[in-house]
Design a protein. Structure first.
Length: 282
């Protein structure tokens, strides 16, 4: 079975994996049609860094302007650099508190969509600051996030370093994982905003890169250090070992790219067509 993602006149095809995790995702994909593809231009890392940074700053500052018009008490100024993690943490906290967690969303308020865009814009900036690795994301706005992964499935089918061209389940919680906490050093986040990977949906990301073994190893060391420093908090939340799959920076592949050209050619082809126009399963 194939997943086809159309980028204007370029069709990317992915072979859907034959395992229970991919079947769960496929079940959700088959239910997605009544919701719109949200932001079909969520492409990261295909342009030169300075171009991507300007796009990201324009997006986040437009959201900030709209949020401040509604809530003038959030009077922090614009973000001037994607590396300004403290500002990104602040605006992510505004998103969490004003938007509400997954079980608290109020889509009747027009600002909810703006806050959702603010969240995406924060992560776009972070992605650039952390290496700007090429990937793109497909999500369906409003599709209920009601299904959860078991720890057994996470353990069996999760991987620390997916292959180039992997289609992976997208993190769809509202909050931050241990990986996020380790990277962000967030001084604004509430305890309730710690949200390990749990829910899944049709939403996915396509990774057009592969991390080095050293990068993954260093990340694990930093995460375990953070876990050990905050062990009491994590124990209180029920996570009594760093080896719990919900603590680890696992990714969950469900499909794999069918490669028909060199990777350099492919990245250039995608760079010229950074819009998803259709997603089909056949």
């Amino acid at each position: 079975m194939l997943l086809t993602i159309q980028l204007k006149d370029l069709a990317l095809q992915f072979e859907i994996l034959d395992n229970p995790l991919a079947q769960l995702w496929l079940d959700r994909m088959n239910q997605r049609h009544q919701w719109p593809l949200d932001d079909p231009e969520r492409f990261y890392g295909f342009n030169p860094r300075d171009q991507d940074e300007q796009i990201a700053l324009d997006k986040i500052n437009d959201c900030i302007q709209q949020v401040r018009a509604r809530f003038p008490e959030h009077n922090r100024g614009p973000v001037f650099a994607c590396a300004d993690q403290d500002s990104l943490n602040y605006w992510h906290h505004v998103f969490e508190t004003r938007h509400g967690f997954l079980e608290q969303e109020d889509r009747s308020d027009p600002l909810t969509a703006v806050l959702a865009k603010l969240n995406v814009a924060v992560h776009r900036c972070e992605s650039i600051a952390r290496g700007n690795r090429p990937r793109f994301v497909c999500t369906w706005y409003g599709m209920p996030k009601t299904k959860t992964l078991t720890t057994e499935l996470m353990q069996q089918y999760g991987t620390l370093n997916p292959a180039f061209g992997s289609v992976c389940l997208n993190y769809c919680e509202i909050g931050k994982t241990l990986e996020d906490l380790t990277q962000d050093r967030d001084n604004y986040i509430s305890d309730a905003a710690f949200r390990p990977f749990n829910h899944y949906s049709a939403d996915f990301n396509v990774r057009m890169h592969k991390e080095t073994a050293d990068y993954v190893s260093d990340k694990l060391v930093r995460m375990q250090d953070y876990y050990n420093q905050h062990r009491e908090f994590f124990f209180d939340q029920g996570y009594t070992t760093f080896q719990d799959p919900r603590m680890l920076p696992l990714r969950f592949p469900v499909a794999q790219l069918v490669e028909t050209m060199s990777r350099d050619q492919l990245l250039e082809q995608i760079r010229q067509r950074q819009t998803v126009t259709q997603v089909t399963i056949q």
